[in-house]
Design a binder for this molecule. Structure first.
Ligand code: HDE
Length: 714
């Protein structure tokens, strides 16, 4: 297949290239380079005899196989990645001296890995979960990693709670059930005792946890970071990634079905988009907070359960990231890539966010057990493109052959090399933050407002999005077996929104509790007075933040959207051709789906190649459905799978268009149970309309209002 891939003629590829190998036209060999004569039979004592220990070829092959796996990541095990470039719009010298944020003539190579958090490496892409969004910048000043998520806040405020959170969400310890799901007792037990998690719970129960595509997710650095310029002036910053295709999600029923139909849905989507030249793009955004504004807000900038509404501090778009190349080898690149929030370049620095501070320890530590050696930075995907020179030596699987006669500093034998770099020469210096403190193991009172931003998020959602949060909570708590956990979570929800808790309680068949059950045990030290740890509620800086609702995202393009055409024998040639041409012109992909694979004969006796059948394909894998005019509609009316396809697309609020005879076909579906299709039957259902109308409808992504109005048992 011809690829529109942009060749990346940068040093990173050259670096990787040294390790690339292809067997094309080569003999099969052992790892020692010995040519192999028989790769089918082991060495035996006679044709029917036992295998000889002497068979070093067999032993080498099997030993290597036995050791092929490395431990999967303890969190974020399931991931998909791609290469790309970052290009700055304007120099950011006012805020930061980071080289890659100052040179807008340069493309900085990046490698980006997206992930789910809770599931194992082989789990479904469509789990309800936070998505990891890790970006490795290969800058001239060294590696910079922005290791973020697709949600701007986190469940907990202090690194000390991270192992507890993860133990709670992972499958239960006795039976390892459920896989890649938070809908179980231990997770909600923990959450019900952690008021600080409530804001993040709103995000995790929202449709943000079910992205339509990795290409349609926002990314966030979550913590507050620092930028420093070359005058050593510092400001705080929140990092954002804004997808140019907008932020879109699927619905829960769809997510569960996709998990069965195509568990690699997101991975495939990312791969195919890049292979076909539809390069995913995001803009990098900064929310800048001047140092003097550190205490201006009713929440603490160091608290990772809080966001700064974009309406208060706008997101400044500073550059664009384009993913333009798929990895060549999943293990070598996607699996072995090692991110670390502590991989920094001059001009970017940490804040004292206690969650971030803990992460700074964890990531190198985890690579040591996952990748097995302190030399993991030598693995090609992890290598810096700027030179590495230091006195670290040896260790498992060392690749570098250091030829220096010394490996210490200071030295005179090697003329003092390698030298320290002055700040002016690019040497990293930490921001000289003033600290005058008493050593405490405690939490700042400024972190005690656990509910105001949960309420802000809920209030900022559209009615359909709010309904989805209610449904998600009802589903998750419905899977919880212990009644007292459900009740305790309801107690927490009373602090967020009355309507929310009333609806969830109703779904669970429980009364609405008066308030949270006390004591709220959120990390109260053993010797402390619990009263001193009561949550507080502050007045949010804003009541609603439109930026938090996906209703307000970009909806002007159908680029890369997948549209199913339901065809069959006798389908009208013009109806197919006109719509297909129009959709493809707008950048969408069309797949022809018929009762059977092979080809179908059109009304004009032409052969149309079928792309998928009702057996191999399902509406959940498409963004919209078109049923062209033609005699095939009669046969489709008798085909339960075709009816189901349409019903499901309708239930999931997708755009549906029908031409000619297909309008009658809809009578057999829930799209039009009363057979009154001459009226406008539902938003997003187009009868005998122009392609342009269908294009506009698909661009809207979903007609969620429809879901509130009509239930469809698909
Ligand atoms: Fe991570 N996290 N994390 N995390 N995290 C890991 O590192 C950890 C946190 C995030 O694609 C691990 O290499 C601690 C927040 C992403 O390879 C591990 C704490 C955010 C990825 C680890 C956090 C993240 C990881 C597992 C609390 C959003 C995937 C494998 C103190 C800002 C990186 C690995 C990839 C991975 C620890 C909290 C994002 C164990 C201790 C908050 C995207 O080191």
């Amino acid at each position: 297949m011809a690829k529109k891939q942009k060749p990346i003629a940068n040093e990173k590829l050259t670096d990787l290239e040294q390790n690339r190998t292809s067997s094309e036209g080569q003999f099969l060999t052992t790892n020692q380079g010995l040519k192999i004569n028989d790769n089918n039979n082991s060495l035996k004592a006679g044709e029917r005899g036992a295998t000889l220990l002497e068979d070093f070829i067999l032993r080498e092959k099997i030993t290597h196989f036995d050791h092929e796996r490395i431990p999967e990541r303890i969190v974020h095990a399931r991931g998909s990645a791609a290469h790309g470039v970052f290009k700055l719009y304007e120099p950011m010298a006012k805020y930061t001296k980071a080289g890659f944020l100052n040179d807008n003539t340069k493309e900085t190579p990046v490698f980006v890995r997206f992930s789910t958090v809770a599931g194992s490496r082989g789990s479904s892409d469509l789990a309800r979960d936070v998505r990891g969004f890790s970006v490795k910048f290969y800058t001239d000043e060294g590696i910079y990693d922005l290791v973020g998520n697709n949600m701007p806040v986190f469940f907990i405020q202090d690194a000390m709670k991270f192992p507890d959170l993860i133990h709670a969400v992972k499958p239960e310890p006795h039976n390892e059930i459920p896989q890649a799901a938070s809908a179980h007792d231990t997770f909600w037990d923990f959450i019900s005792l952690m008021p600080e998690s409530m804001h993040m719970i709103m995000w995790a129960m929202s449709d943000r946890a079910l992205p339509r595509s990795l290409r349609m997710m926002e990314g966030f650095g979550v913590h507050t970071f620092r930028l420093t310029n070359n005058k050593n002036k510092s400001c705080f910053v929140k990092f954002h990634w804004k997808p140019l295709l907008g932020v879109h999600s699927v619905c829960w029923d769809e997510a569960q079905k996709i998990s069965g139909k195509d568990p690699d849905f997101h991975r495939r989507d990312l791969w195919e988009a890049i292979e076909s030249g539809n390069f995913p793009e995001w803009e990098l955004g900064f929310q800048i907070i001047p140092e003097e504004d550190e205490h201006k807000y009713p929440f603490d900038l160091l608290d990772p359960t809080k966001l700064i509404p974009e309406e208060i501090v706008p997101v400044m778009r500073v550059g664009k990231m384009t993913l333009n190349r798929n990895p060549s080898n999943f293990f070598a690149e996607t699996e072995q890539v090692a991110f670390h929030p502590g991989h920094l370049v001059p001009g970017i620095d940490f804040s004292n966010d206690p969650l971030l501070q803990g992460r700074l320890f964890s990531y190198t530590d985890t690579q040591l057990s996952r990748l097995g050696s302190p030399n993991f930075h030598e693995i090609p995907i992890n290598r810096s493109i700027s030179p590495i020179n230091n006195n670290q030596r040896d260790g498992h699987m060392r690749q570098t052959i250091n030829v220096d006669k010394t490996s210490y500093h200071p030295n005179s034998i090697s003329g003092g090399c390698p030298f320290q770099a002055k700040a002016a020469e690019g040497g990293f210096t930490s921001y000289a933050e003033r600290i005058d403190a008493v050593k405490v193991r405690n939490r700042s009172k400024s972190f005690f407002d656990h509910f105001s931003q949960a309420t802000l998020f809920f209030n900022s959602q559209s009615p359909a999005e709010q309904k989805h949060i209610v449904d998600a909570l009802t589903f998750e708590l419905g899977k919880v077996e212990r009644g007292y956990i459900r009740e305790r979570v309801l107690g927490m929800l009373t602090q967020i929104d009355k309507n929310l808790v009333t609806q969830v309680a109703d779904g669970l068949g429980l009364p609405v509790p008066k308030g949270p059950q006390t004591p709220m045990n959120f990390g109260v030290p053993a010797d402390a007075n619990e009263k001193d740890y009561e949550p507080v509620k502050t007045k949010p800086v804003i009541d609603k933040s439109p930026a938090l609702s996906m209703k307000d995202t970009i909806k002007n393009s159908i680029k890369t959207r997948k549209i199913a055409f339901l065809i069959g024998k006798g389908v009208d040639d013009n109806s197919v051709a006109k719509m297909k041409t129009a959709l493809e012109k707008e950048g969408a992909t069309v797949k022809l789906i018929a009762p059977k694979l092979g080809a179908v004969k059109t009304a004009k006796e032409q052969q149309l190649t079928v792309g998928g059948s009702f057996l191999t394909d399902a509406s959940v894998c498409y963004d919209a459905v078109f049923i062209p005019a033609g005699k095939h509609c009669k046969a489709l009316a008798q085909e339960p799978d075709a009816i189901h396809f349409i019903n499901e697309a309708f239930r999931h609020c997708k755009a549906i268009a029908a031409d000619g005879e297909a309008v009658d076909l809809l009578q057999y579906t829930y799209v039009n149970p009363n057979g009154q299709h001459e009226k406008v039957i539902a938003e997003g259902v187009l009868l005998n309309k122009q392609p342009r109308d269908f294009i506009n409808a698909i661009a809207k992504h979903r007609f969620w209002e429809r879901e509130l109005a009509r239930k469809v048992p698909a």
